[in-house]
Design a binder for this molecule. Sequence first.
Ligand code: AP5
Length: 204
Amino acid sequence: MSNRILLLGAPGAGKGTQSKRLAEAYDIEHITTGDALRANKDMETEHGTPREYMEAGDLVPDPVVNEIVDAALSDADGFVLDGYPRNLSQAEYLSEQTDLTAAIFLDVGEDELVRRLTGRRMDPETGDIYHTEFNMPDDEEVEERLVQRDDDTEEVVKDRLDTYYENTEPVIEHYRETGELVEVDGEAHPDEVFERISEIVDDA
Ligand code: AP5
């Protein structure tokens, strides 16, 4: 059976960066609720639009997000799941849908998270992620078209981190208690983080 990897971590811990590499290396789907919601920001639901929640740094209501995950999981053989579950009720929902090969937590301190998020830039054409200090493209044309995510401003980042501590830390604790969680130093170089995650997946 293909790998079913869960990547957990705070906003800015490197989930997107590592998921992209894992999806390529293991030939599995990258399932990310964040990207799916960004692509459907103005979709009308009975709970309002995702945009209202995302721009306030709040969680989008469970029924909207669960539906996205449900559809993505049923289409995927193997996957790396990024940005879900973010609260205990989503974790319960996930456990009813599928088993996991590995649940990996990228551990990064708060100062580093803020630095990473406020400096993050995205290439709208390829989806590639860069950083103003650590990692900018060599190609000037690419550099000029980079954009900042609406929720990467200092103010929203603070709210996203508060939401994480309140809702998602209990999820990390849950996987720690079930014995499924493997912790990785997310402050290491991206290549080292990737190497460590690959070892965990290969040993699982
Ligand atoms: P989402 O898109 O999931 O954002 P997030 O969890 O806040 O995570 P990020 O994408 O910001 O960070 P990341 O860990 O992927 O970091 P990255 O690799 O880019 O969610 C956005 C919003 O959608 C939420 O606030 C919520 O409203 C809603 N939402 C999503 N899922 C939901 C759910 N399940 N339920 C309810 N609502 C939901 O890295 C960050 C930066 O650091 C980059 O610049 C990168 O280049 C750099 N970097 C990465 N790794 C390293 C490293 N090792 N060393 C140095 N720099 C690094």
